[in-house]
Structure formats: C-alpha cells, structure tokens
Design a protein around this ligand. Structure first.
Ligand code: B1N
Length: 830
C-alpha cells in the first residue's frame, strides 16, 4: 500500500466516524446514555449513581482516546527524542474530575448531567482511588505526569498494574488494621487493555558459554517465563490536545508455561501453578524507605524493567536502525533505585541479544540514564543480596560484576589504591550479607544524579554520596520537587480557583503558576481579603462535615484547623505533635476559667498510614486515638480543643483536607525529609506552615519570607552536635511532664506505650523531640497569636499562596527537560 492509498483509506474512515466526538451538552448526553445502554448494559430509564458514573467515565474515556491517538500518531511521525519515566509507584487518585478539567469540558458535562437529573460532583464521589504507591514519591510521579502532558513533552510513564494497591487503613479500638485494596473489583474505565502488547519476561535458569564466531559468549538459559500485558492509562494535558501515556504492566501466565507438565498429564497442577506467576504484579509493597530483600519485590522490579525495556527498544527499532542514535532519541529516567535493574537489562539486551561490543554498549548506556534519589541517609539505600539476585537473574549478576570490575579498574587509575574508598564506592558490598548497592550502580551509569531539594542535594554531596561527588562533581544536580496546581487547586479547591482567576484577571496561572505572585498586589484590598476568608470558611465547612461523619466529632468553624497528614514515621515526628496537644490540654486543665476566654480554639487533625510491620508507628496511631478519646470527651474543654484522626488518608481525602486547613505541620528532624511535597499543596491553598528548616521548606522560606510561616527546631548543622550530647541533652520540663503522663497511663494502655516512650527518653531520643520541644511550643504560641488577628492571618495566607508558584511541578519538569533529559516540547496540532 502506497502513501496515497493509506491516506485515502484514513480519510474515508474518518468520514465514517463522523469527525471527532462533539462536546456540546446535547452530544454529551447522547454519549452518556449510549454508554448506559451498551457499555454498562443498563436500561436508559433505570440506572443508579454508580452506573451513571461508569457511563460518564466511558464517555470521557472516548474523548481521551481520540487525543491519545492523535498525540501518538504525531510523535511517531515527528520522531522527537522521548523521555521514558520509570517508576514502580504512581499515586494517581481519582481520574474523572481531573480528566474533564484538563479536557476543558467541565461546564458542558455539568450541564449535560443536570439535564439528565444528575450532579457531576455526586457522580465524581463514586470513583475509588488508584493507589499504586505509598506516599510522596508516588504522588510526585503522578504530578510529574500531569506536567509532562501539559507542557507537551514527548514522554511515557511506565509502571506496574498492582491488583492490590496500598492497603486500606481501618481503625478498630484505636489500632490500625490493614485491609486489601482490591481496587479493580468494579472495573476501571481509565485503562485500555492492550491484549496484543505483551512481552515474555524470564527468570531463574543458568548461564552457559556458547561459541559465536570463534568467540566465547555467555548466554542465559532461563527457567521460567511469565507474560507481561500492557494497560494504557491516558494522561491528558491541560490547555493542549496532547494526551500522553502511562503504561502499566500486569503479569499473566505464558502460553508456553509448563509444557512438560501437560505432557506428563499433570494438567490440574499445572493450571494451579499458573496462578503463582500471575501473582507477580499482584500487590504493592507497603513499606516506604525500608528494603527487606524479598524475592517477590525483586521479581516485580525485574518484571517491570524487562517489559518496559523490550517495549522501548522495540519502538526505537521501528524508527531507527542504529543503536548509536539511542542517546539522541531516548532518555530513561530512574525514579529512585527501584527500576535500576534497567541498567543490567539494557546491557544484556545490547550485548547478548543485539551482539554489540561491551564497551560500545556501555558508552551508549551511560548517555541515556538519569537518576533521582529520594533518600537522605545511607542506611535507607536499596541493597539486593547477591544470593537472591544470582538465583533469580544469574546473567544480570554477572553483568553487574563486570560493570563493577571495570569501574574499580578505572577508579584505581583515578584515585590510587585507597582501599577504604574503593570498597565504599564499589557496587558490591562485602559483609555478612554480600549485596548489590543499587544507588552506586545508578550513580555510576547515570549522566545526572538529582536530589529533590537544595538541602537534600547538599547532604548527598557532603555525606551520602561524598565519594562520588568528589569523583564526578558535574553529575550532581538538584531539581526541587513540585506539585501540580491542576489537581491541588483546580480540581480540589474550585472556589479558590474561581477567586484566583477573578483577582488575577486570567486563568493563565493554571498553566503558569508564577503568575500567582500577582496576588501580592491585592493583599491590602479588604474586599479581596474578605472573599479569601469566605473561601477558606467554605472549605472548612466541607471538612467539618467529613470529620463529623467519619469520627462523630462536631467541630467549631471558628477554631483553627491544624493539620498533619502524611505517612507515619518517627522522623516525621507525629509524636511531637501529639505531645504538643497533650501539653495544650494540660495547660487548659490547669488554667483559670477567666483566662480560657483568651485561648484560641483548635481542631487538631492527624492522618496517615503506618507500614504494617512498623510497630512504633502503629503505637503512635494508637496514642493519638487514646489522647483524642480523653480530650474529646472532656466536657470541661468543649470546643477549645479537639483531636481527630482521619482514617485511610489517601489522595482523595487529601483533596478535601488540604483546602480546609488553616495551619499545617511539617515536623521532620532537620536533615531527614528529602523534600516533602505535602507542604507545597498546603501552601498553594493558603494554609500557613509550621515547620522545621528541612527539605524544601528552606526554599519555601526564600519564596514567602520567614515572616509568613512558623519556623522552629534545630537546624541541619546543629542536629549532629545535639545527638552527640546524648544523655547530657537539655530537655524542657514540659516535655518530661508530658512524657510522664503517657508513661503513668494517663491515657490508658500504660504497658503498650512503654516502648514508644522509650524512643524519646533522654539519651535515646534520636529524632530530638525533647530538645526541639521548647521551640516547637514557641512556634505554636506564635501561630495562636497570629490567628487572633484575622486580617494579619489572612495576609499571611494570601502571601503563602502568592509565593507557591515555584513549587509547581511544571517548573520541576521544565528544569528536568532542559537540563537533564534534553527533550523539547512536541505539541500535537488541534
Ligand atoms: O519522596 C518524596 C519526598 O518529598 C520525601 O521527602 C521522601 O521521603 C519520599 C522506598 C520511598 N523517599 N523514599 C521513598 C518510597 C517507596 C519505597 O518503596 C522509598 N519516598 C521518599 C518525593 O521526592
């Protein structure tokens, strides 16, 4: 078929299609009803909210698919350099509102639905979260996908389609219990199953020497084969036709599976065995920042890496015929070390399968990878025991050894025989358990190593990766994290969105968050401030209603809504917050009745999940409930203080909690939070921060000024010194008193809380709760003082949002694209 014929055929098909789908309310209604009848298979006269949601989603999906096709046809035709963003975690949350907003047809849909007797917002609530990730790292991946699409970059995301996302947290008697998140139960309209896009992924087996043209070569003879199937998730950009792809892999048994067993007649057993292979992509590991060397996790990583790279190489070969061009056409980004087996896998493909010379392959490979690390301390870095790796992926282990021995040779030439340093920099860690250091591998092979904030990057250079920094200073960069204002303002805070557009005189801030600085021009306008306060109040109402349904606690809208929501970790110091609340309660109890009138009423809100095996984190959750029980049932305290724990904190809960917060807390011991991205979402929503000088907070201060937030605690430089003092560390009396109350069983469960109390006892207090407590209380007092002057508070709130533009993931992505990936926008014409 010639080009002319193909074009004629395409035009005829397009005319049969009747052009693109139409977006006027009448056409939308027709489409929704069509899906009610033919997709959901319900009667047009009888369908409930969930069925309406399904039909609605399918009509949105159709529109996404059109743009997805056009975008990819355009990329294929223009052959730009592409970015492949490799991440084992994506926290996408819900898709409906986000898609409709990014497609720009929100109003049309609202009207179409109301004519059918439905309300858009009610249907949107029917959707469950896609929770294929743990916390900040995973939500940051999702924000970056939104920005890549919006800024027209030719990018693909790759991930795993876990059948069980992050566990659901339920609270029984104050204790966390985990329940499976079988999120695909009711179908998922946002994915497109590609039954024909499949790859075989191999495991186990042996490596054998073969002779190839008189030369000895190693060849892997695998022992088990699993098939990877692609599921595509369209990611629409805002204000552009570009719709990029997030391709997630699911495991299914290969058709060649266990032929032996079929022949020997063990038919039933072989079918049962197939289910084992399906289980590879079954469940997301719920621990962030701890790596346990589990075989299934390693299998997941390799399954993901192998399928993604086969797909990427296939696409490359379709358009290009020489691997020398790879670095000009392909950028591979490692989101943390989780996908770093990619390095060994691509070497295996180029050397073993494509038969490139090792050195030639290595030179190519070193030009295509970039790496972002989200970890601060060396102990948190990922390591894989060589025993495990060698049995699952014998050829890859050989490749890793060879990469390492080449690197060691080169290194000796550069630094001489400094054996301590050589062993620190080696990819292979000798020791009780010999293992592969995935971070060292990633650094060695990547052209750029990114930190996630300025402070984080300084720590990487001076401590965590000092040896590597001294060898290759030019590799080390930082690109401060960001969040997308589309999700975190436009979707989650529509009233603020309208207010911003009104006073900025434009909606352009939705694609250019720097324009938010324009709010500074209106900060002295009382009319503006009044509207600003009204928006906050509206969001507080929404949150208060939610709190009442979830926990039965009635809260006053006049109280300060004080929020700490994030994964539960000792370093994030939720315990500091709870101790502060106990102290506040204790003060109220001991206060003269007349003085109580001057007290600022507070609603303290805490939410977050503890990793299932993390005992101390689980005790923190229990303590929070125990303290809440006492305070909330103390009639004497009334509205002056309430404490509520919000169960099952996730993306959609965040969308409601964040806009309703007056104050948010970010309490990590300085030097432990690589960046932190929650703070950026609160900032955009005009919520004041109470925070330590850690991670990206340092840069937030540069943008909004130290007068507009409540800063406290030891600085990074002081932390090491304080730790050295150990038992001689000064701790305020109030801290000792609060600790004593918990120890003495004031909140019950004395024995259960003992080990928790021990973690903050003088001499044992690694995260320095005791020594930061005094300054924490001062910051809290400053927040109270500011809150009683509503005009002052509102100004601080406006100036927070006005300074949040730098923390848009659009800025993050533009920096990565220009500096690290060297890719250009590629906008599909309308
Ligand atoms: O990544 C976020 C940062 O804002 C946070 O400061 C950082 O703590 C977070 C293993 C992790 N670091 N490491 C992880 C997640 C899952 C896992 O299996 C580690 N998450 C972070 C975004 O940069």
């Amino acid at each position: 078929e010639g080009f002319g014929e193909r074009k004629a055929k395409a035009e005829r098909m397009f005319s049969l299609m009747d052009g693109f789908l139409k977006n006027d309310p009448f056409s939308l209604q027709k489409d929704i009803l069509h899906h009610v009848e033919y997709t959901v298979a319900r009667s047009r006269f009888n369908f409930d909210d969930y069925e309406a949601y399904q039909a609605l989603s399918h009509s949105v999906r159709d529109r996404l698919i059109e743009r997805w096709h056009d975008t990819h046809t355009y990329f294929k035709r223009t052959k730009p350099k592409r970015l492949y963003f490799l991440s084992l975690e994506f926290l996408m949350g819900r898709s409906l509102s986000n898609s409709v907003i990014n497609l720009g047809i929100q109003d049309q849909y609202a009207e179409a639905l109301s004519q059918l007797g439905f309300e858009f917002d009610v249907l949107a609530e029917q959707e469950g979260d896609a929770a294929l990730g743990n916390g900040g790292l995973a939500r940051f991946s999702a924000c970056q996908m939104d920005s890549l699409a919006t800024l027209d970059y030719p990018a693909w995301g790759y991930g795993l389609r876990y059948e069980y996302g992050l566990f659901r947290q339920i609270i029984v008697d104050g204790f966390q219990h985990e329940q499976p998140d079988y999120w695909l139960n009711f179908g998922n309209p946002w994915e497109i199953e590609r039954i024909h896009v499949t790859y075989e992924v191999k495991f186990y087996g042996t490596v054998e020497d073969v002779d190839r043209n008189g030369e000895k070569h190693e060849v892997w003879i695998p022992g088990e084969t699993v098939e990877a199937v692609a599921y595509d998730n369209p990611i629409p950009g805002y204000g552009t036709r570009n719709t990029i792809n997030l391709r997630l892999w699911a495991a299914k048994p290969s058709n060649h599976f266990d032929l032996e067993a079929y022949n020997t007649g063990d038919y039933i057993n072989s079918i049962v065995n197939r289910q084992r292979t399906e289980s590879i992509s079954n469940v997301l590991y719920p621990d962030d920042r701890s790596h346990q060397g589990k075989e299934m996790r390693l299998k997941q990583q390799y399954f993901f890496v192998s399928a993604s790279l086969q797909d990427i190489i296939r696409r490359f070969k379709e358009a290009h015929n020489n691997f020398d061009e790879l670095p000009e056409k392909v950028a591979l980004h490692l989101n943390d070390t989780h996908p770093s087996l990619s390095i060994a896998e691509i070497m295996r493909i180029l050397v073993d399968e494509e038969q490139l010379d090792w050195n030639k392959a290595w030179n190519i490979v070193c030009k295509i990878f970039s790496f972002t690390t989200h970890t601060v301390v060396a102990e948190g870095l990922e390591k894989i025991p060589t025993d495990l790796l060698g049995s699952l992926l014998p050829r890859h282990l050989q490749i890793l050894y060879k990469i390492n021995s080449n690197f060691m040779e080169e290194l000796k030439k550069r630094i001489g025989l400094d054996y301590n340093r050589l062993s620190r920099m080696s990819i292979v860690e000798e020791g009780a358990v010999k293992s592969i250091r995935m971070a060292n591998l990633s650094i060695i092979c990547s052209h750029t190593v990114n930190g996630v904030s300025k402070l984080h990057s300084d720590t990487l250079k001076m401590r965590t990766f000092k040896d590597f920094y001294e060898l290759w200073p030019e590799k080390f960069q930082y690109t401060t994290n960001g969040v997308t204002q589309r999700r975190w303002i436009v979707v989650s805070n529509p009233s603020l969105c309208a207010l911003l557009s009104k006073w900025l005189g434009t909606e352009a801030w939705i694609r250019n968050a720097d324009l938010l600085t324009g709010l500074r021009d209106h900060v002295d306008n009382t009319g503006f401030r009044h509207e600003w306060k009204m928006v906050k109040r509206l969001n507080k109402m929404r949150l208060a209603e939610y709190i009442e349904t979830m926990s039965g606690v009635k809260v006053s809208l006049d109280a300060m809504f004080d929020v700490q929501v994030k994964r539960i970790h000792e370093y994030k110091r939720q315990l500091l917050n709870i101790f502060g609340i106990i102290h506040r309660y204790d003060c109220l109890k001991n206060m003269d009745k007349n003085d109580r009138t001057k007290v600022v009423p507070r609603v303290c809100i805490i939410g977050g999940k503890a990793a299932p095996g993390y005992e101390i984190a689980k005790k923190i959750i229990k303590l929070c409930h125990a303290v809440a029980e006492k305070i909330n049932n103390d009639a004497d305290i009334g509205d002056l203080l309430k404490l509520v724990f919000i169960p099952d904190y996730n993306v959609s809960v965040a969308e409601m909690v964040i806009p309703g917060a007056d104050l948010s807390q970010h309490l990590s011991t300085a030097g432990h939070e690589a960046s932190g991205t929650g703070s950026m979402k609160f900032l955009m929503n005009g919520c004041l921060l109470l925070a330590t000088a850690d991670g990206s907070t340092v840069e937030i201060i540069e943008e909004i000024g130290s007068d507009n937030l409540f800063l406290f605690g030891a600085k990074v430089q002081e932390v090491a010194e304080l730790r050295e003092k150990g038992g001689a560390l000064k701790v305020p009396l109030q801290f000792a008193r609060v600790l004593r109350m918990v120890r003495d069983g004031y909140f019950g469960d004395k024995d259960y809380f003992k080990s928790l109390c021990d973690t903050v006892e003088v001499g044992n207090d690694f995260y320095l709760l005791g020594s930061d407590f005094g300054s924490y209380l001062e910051a809290q007092a400053a927040a109270d003082k500011a809150f009683v002057e509503p005009e002052k508070w509102t100004k601080m709130s406006i100036l927070s949002a006005a300074g949040s533009g730098r923390f848009s993931s659009d800025r993050t992505i533009r920096e990565y694209a220009e500096r690290t990936w060297k890719i250009d926008p590629c906008q599909c014409p309308f």
